[in-house]
Design a binder for this molecule. Structure first.
Ligand code: C5P
Length: 218
């Protein structure tokens, strides 16, 4: 029997993580946070002191990294057995992730690691290129976005709640910079898959967006 996949792509701060996690939990499906893979690689690269444009070296680190995910109450990410979950969300990690994510060799290495998440009874995959490149045959595709100001405010709130010092002007700038890089890169740029269902979450509650996703996949 074919394994159903729901892809949820979109820019930073659109709510993909929250929505994908909730939908996966409700369906009892597996969950792939592909951004966490790029973020974990960013941490490995920073820890090993590799140059951010050293494509061959970063691809090698990507090949060798021992990454595992535990989905319980929340997502726990282990890199070489060490819990790196608390380091994943920082702005620095996100910025480095977005730089190394533009390297074609690196994306090639990570492709199979992401496809391995496709297991019974189904998969919700969250990212930028889930519906376009990683799972082009996915049964359901959603493109989730929100205007930049809303996304920056959400991101700011998230950081403050985690006790991380944050500055809204700086975050707005960082989000716009990251979006630009994600949209303009030559490989697997952020774009809506042809047959995706478009949701703008700017003025919608989390519950409203979850309901819209369920209406779509019903
Ligand atoms: O989604 P998140 O903000 O955690 O992703 C961090 C970065 O990883 C993104 O800005 C993007 O550059 C990269 N990424 C990607 N492809 C994905 C998921 C994330 O290039 N499927």
């Amino acid at each position: 029997m074919s394994i159903p996949v729901l892809t949820i792509d979109g820019p930073s701060g659109a709510g993909k993580g929250t929505i994908s996690w909730a939908v996966a939990k409700k369906l009892g499906w597996n969950y792939l946070d592909s951004g966490a893979i790029y973020r974990a690689l960013a941490i490995a690269v920073l820890d090993q002191g590799a140059g951010l444009d050293d494509e061959a070296e970063i691809a090698k680190i990507a090949k060798q990294m021992q990454l595992s995910f535990e989905c319980n109450e929340e997502l726990t990410v282990l890199l070489g057995g060490e819990d790196i979950s608390s380091r994943l969300g920082s702005e620095e990690t996100g910025a480095v992730a977005s730089k190394i994510a533009a390297l074609p060799e690196v994306r090639k290495v990570l492709l199979q690691k992401q496809r391995d998440f496709k297991q019974q009874p189904g998969l919700v995959a969250d990212g930028r290129d889930m519906g376009t490149v990683v799972f082009p045959d996915a049964r359901y595709k959603v493109f989730l976005t929100a205007d930049a100001a809303t996304r920056a405010k959400r991101r700011y709130k998230q950081l403050i709640e985690k006790g991380i010092d944050a500055n809204l002007t700086q975050i707005t700038h960082d989000i716009e910079e990251r979006d630009r890089r994600d949209r303009e890169r030559s490989v697997a740029p952020l774009e809506m898959a042809e047959n995706a269902h478009y949701i703008d979450s700017s003025n919608k509650s989390i519950v409203a967006v979850i309901n819209e996703v369920f209406d779509f996949i019903d």
